[in-house]
Design a binder for this molecule. Structure first.
Ligand SMILES: [Zn+2]
Length: 243
């Protein structure tokens, strides 16, 4: 594996991903909610952060941008469609653009709905995708700035990635998502089995992210919704779900 990917838990349930490309020695951060723990982790490893990649403008994904940039001189890449909402952005990218990290390229996938310009980054050669707040383990992002039809389209793009793609989400929402998923699909045996594992992992204080595309195809009620209308129904039900 050419990429070393370190999970940094911050705030109540955010994951910041610190990504090191061994061949070049380059280090990148995905969605730094805050700066201090990210700088500390990089320093502890002797890694110099040269890039930040943002998936969308929300403060719990961009809040550390300015301080990390001031400390390291890194460049910040993010969605062109949210340029005005991320004042620290240096490089604007959109669907199909290649974003280099050392000798590797990630492809930008446009996944609007949670925010109007939300993007994901896919390293096809590594089987790794950073999806921000669009796809979660057994869940999807709330529809703050887009429609269920857009999210349905996003799910089609993401489920088309190879099944063994490791999916790095920005939050630990898995257990709550899974409790709703069991209500949405009570007869899904793969889902029931996964939740037994998830409950055990959380009881041990372990993270449940990354997930994989194959696991989400089998257990995610939003990826598995058969229409935009069903996705909309499920999203509304989850928004009001207290499990
Ligand atoms: Zn968000």
């Amino acid at each position: 594996m050419a990429l070393e990917i370190i999970r940094i838990p911050v705030l109540s349930d955010n994951y910041v991903w610190l990504v090191h490309e061994a061949a070049s020695g380059e280090t990148m951060v995905v969605d730094p909610a805050v700066a201090a723990p990210v700088l500390e982790e990089a320093n502890r490893r002797g890694w110099k952060i040269s890039q930040i990649w943002n998936t969308h403008w929300h403060p719990d994904h961009t809040g550390g941008n300015a301080e990390i940039k001031a400390a390291t001189g890194c460049t910040i890449t993010g969605p062109a469609a949210e340029f005005e909402r991320i004042p620290t952005l240096d490089i604007q990218v959109a669907e199909g653009d290649a974003v280099p990290l050392g000798g590797l390229d990630a492809e930008v996938i446009a996944v609007p709905a949670h925010t109007a310009g939300h993007i994901a980054y896919h390293f096809a050669s590594e089987g790794v995708a950073f999806v921000g707040d669009t796809l979660f383990a057994m869940g999807c992002g709330r529809l703050f700035e887009g429609t269920a039809a857009q999210m349905f389209s996003n799910m089609r793009k993401l489920e088309a990635l190879p099944g063994d793609t490791r999916v790095y989400c920005a939050h630990e929402y898995t257990q709550s998502n899974g409790r709703y998923a069991l209500v949405a699909e009570p007869d899904n045996a793969a889902l029931a089995a996964r939740m037994i594992d998830v409950d055990a992992m959380r009881a041990r204080g372990e993270p449940t992210v990354p997930t994989t595309i194959a696991l989400e195809r089998a257990t995610n009620p939003f990826m598995r919704a058969n229409s935009a209308a069903q996705l909309a129904e499920r999203r509304t039900a989850k928004d009001g779900f207290r499990g």
